[in-house]
Write a protein that binds this ligand. Sequence first.
Ligand code: CA
Length: 229
Amino acid sequence: MEEAARIFIVEDERRIARFLQMELEHEGFKTATESNGRRAYERILQENYDLVLLDLMLPEMDGLEICRNVRQLSDVPIIMLTAKDDLEDKVNGLDIGANDYMTKPFAIQELLARIRAALRAHQPAAETTDGEILVAGDLVMYPGRYEVKVKGEPVELTKKEYMLLEYLLRNKRMVLSRDQILQTVWGYDYIGDTNVVDVYIRYLRSKIDERFGQKFIHTMRGVGYVIKD
Ligand code: CA
């Protein structure tokens, strides 16, 4: 049996989100919902959805911006939903990579038909294990591919720099002590200068923060380091 497609409903009107969720689950889809634009953007990249229903007007980041940003990194099918029957928005939505577009209020049967069409058109590539993505703002790591990009530009890292960055990203917004970093990245049996952590943080900062003029890696004095969006 085919596995149920996972549909991400990004909609800040609770009533509509709930209605879509009920209808889609009734049709056998799996669903998740999000009402905040910025969180939706992160979840689209981090959680593996088969299709996104994307409202236009959202708090913190609107649907057009989400769509534009997601498209730099992912080809997940996106159907935009909007209350505005505005030709300009329609053109915009498709221009920036939305697969389809519907104006509210819409007939649920039509939306279901378009969802199925978009899922069919998006022939999934052979199942890969390298689909995981770690994100902090404009910084993206593809752990399975051993790749790091900032604003779409590749960043060359040594193995240790990469491991350090991956550890920070997997614990985003959590302050990690030098000891934790040392034990995880260099191993329990590391015998050498404990300043090695600070040295490698400096390497990462020069390749990422300084090169792109954006602060990702923060020092918590006397505690350790943390990566943030
Ligand atoms: Ca809205």
